[in-house]
Design a protein around this ligand. Structure first.
Ligand SMILES: Nc1ncnc2c1ncn2[C@@H]1O[C@H](COP(=O)(O)OP(=O)(O)OP(=O)(O)O)[C@@H](O)[C@H]1O
Ligand SMILES: [Mg+2]
Length: 212
């Protein structure tokens, strides 16, 4: 699925964040959104996900058959930093929840959760409570949840910001695997993720009141 951003404008008060911004996100690849802190990466990602209204401009999801639809949060998996996991539940429970929420039955959800945890290299941590997992493992639980929900778009905001080099590499590898089934967009400052992305979209800092 393509994501088309056309003439996007967004301000918060007198802070102009997006000023006539356009880009096309293509399926089958990992796209990195890069730019200085405060340039609007998270705002753009949230707008692409349908969580954030633009002041003007358009964002549409374009299917292979050419049909388009507005951004719909139901179509996306949002992988937040730290994965928003329930600490007192196991990795398996956390991933199952997402399959259940997507409409799977209990048995199917459990099987799907196991499969996805295997894919992200966590088969041996399935029954560990989330609060006992490392930052990198939690991040991978977040991606397993995205997979279990079988969404065509995966958006991740700074998915490696709290990870060491080895875990960052694992997340970068994982993203490459996921692109076979989903369109992936990551907002990131991480040089390793940028280097391994297939496409890079630069978001520039716009007018900041009081700045030279
Ligand atoms: N809900 C909001 N209300 C007011 N201002 C906001 C809001 N969300 C974002 N901003 C402002 O919009 C600008 C862009 O923020 P955004 O979080 O999109 O930047 P970013 O590129 O993701 O930064 P970082 O790299 O630090 O995560 C910032 O100046 C921020 O203060
Ligand atoms: Mg951000």
């Amino acid at each position: 699925m393509f994501v088309d951003v056309r003439g996007a404008r967004k301000s918060f008060g007198d802070v102009v964040v997006l000023d006539n911004f356009s880009c096309t996100i293509e399926p089958g690849m990992v796209t990195a959104l890069v730019g200085p802190s405060g340039s609007g990466k998270s705002t753009l990602l949230a707008a692409m996900a349908g969580f954030q209204q633009l002041d003007s401009g358009q964002i549409t999801y374009r299917h292979a058959d050419g049909s388009v639809e507005p951004p719909t949060p139901q179509r996306i998996a949002w992988v937040s930093q730290g994965a928003n996991a329930l600490g007192a539940r196991t990795a398996l429970d956390n991933v199952m929840l997402s399959a259940l929420a997507a409409g799977a039955g209990l048995f199917a959800a459990s099987r799907s959760a196991e499969t996805q945890l295997e894919k992200v290299g966590l088969s041996d941590r399935m029954h560990t409570l989330a609060k006992h997992l490392s930052g990198g493992e939690l991040q991978r639980v977040g991606f397993a949840r995205a997979l279990a929900a079988a969404k065509p778009l995966i958006f991740a905001d700074e998915p490696t910001s709290s990870l060491d080099a080895a875990n960052t590499d694992q997340v970068a590898e994982l993203l490459h695997t996921l692109r076979e089934t989903a369109t992936i967009v990551v907002a990131t400052h991480d040089p390793r993720l940028v280097e391994t992305a297939h496409a890079v979209v630069h978001v520039r800092r716009q007018h900041v009141p009081g700045a030279a």
